[in-house]
Design a protein around this ligand. Structure first.
Ligand code: NAD
Ligand code: IPM
Ligand code: MN
Length: 361
């Protein structure tokens, strides 16, 4: 089987962590029936430096022709003052929007070996397996009007608009319910229906969708602020969380810390069945540690495992990589972000090598 993969390493630690996935790709090409043809391009700040824009049309065209896209991370202080619409982050939002990747799956799984790396007590996070389904192409990230207005006399007004339509809510809701059916059968829908009309609509549409087609799934509604608190208090109450773009961004960073580190959380952005999925770690370009060779590559390696499962139909191979990651953690190897007493501290490259060694074993 031949599959086309577009690699977008991006900025900061992005290139360092994508390097570790390149090793996995070589291993797969040498040892399995799957042949992955890769293409690669600058993206984010690196593309601003090379081409003047964070996402070129050519890159978008290459993305459309691929079976999947794997991204590192974008952004960094170097580009913090460039015009808003060509910031590195704008490139990321554009590729998500242009490919209509409306459902962002962000699993937070606590591996037994990492239980002491979590900032919560072991008994609270043990065995945890939550999936956040974040709406990714709507809401306040894209709503109009937006901008900064000059009101005169030194007074300015910053505007962003939270907007959701029935169909945007229903399509992401469907994804959440369908996945919940294959998991523990529970969906918690989070919004602020108490203060926002878009949240009220969200709650009404999710309720209607549930009654129409998914009454076998348990549905619970929760205000997003309460959800943030409950994630720390008793995270095991959650199975699938479905929420909007902004709340999903925040709740997934919070869920990351249950697992021990942002460096552990993978994600998949999916759209229509025939459109390529975009896979990326949940974390950013980590400018504070970039260039030091100490970043945790596991979120990216686990994103690649999701890619194999969802976009390349190679479920067994994806699971093999996940098992290799678990084995490496069980051996006590740790990058700095997940280091605990008695474990062995390793670099980005050493962690990647250990995963390959385990795969080959
Ligand atoms: P960040 O996720 O880059 O970093 C937050 C903290 O987590 C930092 O201390 C960092 O060192 C640590 N961290 C993150 N990933 C790690 C890893 N793999 N291994 C070890 N430690 C890790 O968030 P930030 O500092 O708020 O943002 C930095 C830049 O990244 C900004 O420009 C932001 O816009 C961008 N960003 C990009 C993405 C993306 O590309 N998907 C996501 C979030 C932030
Ligand atoms: C993420 C990031 C992005 C987001 C930024 C970099 C545009 O925080 O993927 O979680 O807010 O969606
Ligand atoms: Mn984020």
């Amino acid at each position: 089987m031949n599959k086309k993969l577009l690699l977008l390493p991006g900025d900061g630690i992005g290139p360092e962590i994508i390097t570790e996935v390149r090793k996995l790709i070589s291993w797969i090409n040498d040892h399995t029936d799957l042949t992955i043809e890769t293409e690669e391009d600058y993206f984010g700040g690196a593309a601003i430096d090379a081409y003047g824009v964070p996402l070129r049309d050519e890159t978008l065209a290459a993305a459309r022709k691929s079976d999947a896209i794997l991204m590192g991370a974008v952004g960094g202080p170097k580009w913090d003052n460039v015009a808003y619409d060509i910031r590195p982050e704008a490139g990321l939002l554009k590729i998500r929007k242009q490919l209509d990747l409306f459902a962002n799956l962000r699993p937070a799984i606590v591996f037994d070996a990492l239980i002491d790396a979590s900032s919560l007590k072991p008994e609270i996070v043990k065995g945890l397996d939550i999936l956040i389904v974040r709406e990714l192409t709507g809401g306040v990230y894209f709503g109009e009007p937006r901008g900064i207005e000059d009101l005169g006399d030194g007074e300015r007004r910053g505007v962003n608009t939270q907007v959701y339509t029935t169909s945007e809510i229903r399509r992401v809701g469907k994804v959440a319910f369908e996945i919940a059916r294959k998991r523990q059968g529970k969906v918690t829908s989070c919004e602020k229906a108490n203060v926002m009309e878009s949240g009220k609509l969200w709650r009404e549409e999710i309720t209607r969708l549930h009654a129409e087609s998914y009454s076998d799934v348990t549905l619970e509604h929760m205000y997003a602020d309460n959800a943030a608190m409950q994630l720390c208090r008793r995270p095991s109450q959650f199975d699938v969380i479905v929420t909007d773009n902004l709340f999903g961004d925040i709740l997934s960073d919070e869920a990351a810390m249950l697992t021990g580190s942002l460096g552990m959380l993978p994600s998949a952005a999916l759209g229509a069945p025939d459109s390529p999925g975009l896979y990326e770690p949940v974390h950013g370009s980590a400018p504070d540690i970039a260039g030091q060779g100490i970043a945790n590559p596991l979120a990216t390696i686990l994103s690649f495992a999701m890619l194999l499962k969802y976009s390349f139909n190679s479920v067994a191979l994806g699971e093999q990589i996940e098992a290799a990651v678990q084995a490496v953690l069980a051996q006590g190897l740790r990058t700095a972000d997940i280091m605990t007493e008695g474990c062995q501290k390793v670099t980005t490259v050493e962690m990647g090598d250990a995963v390959i060694k385990e795969l080959a074993a």
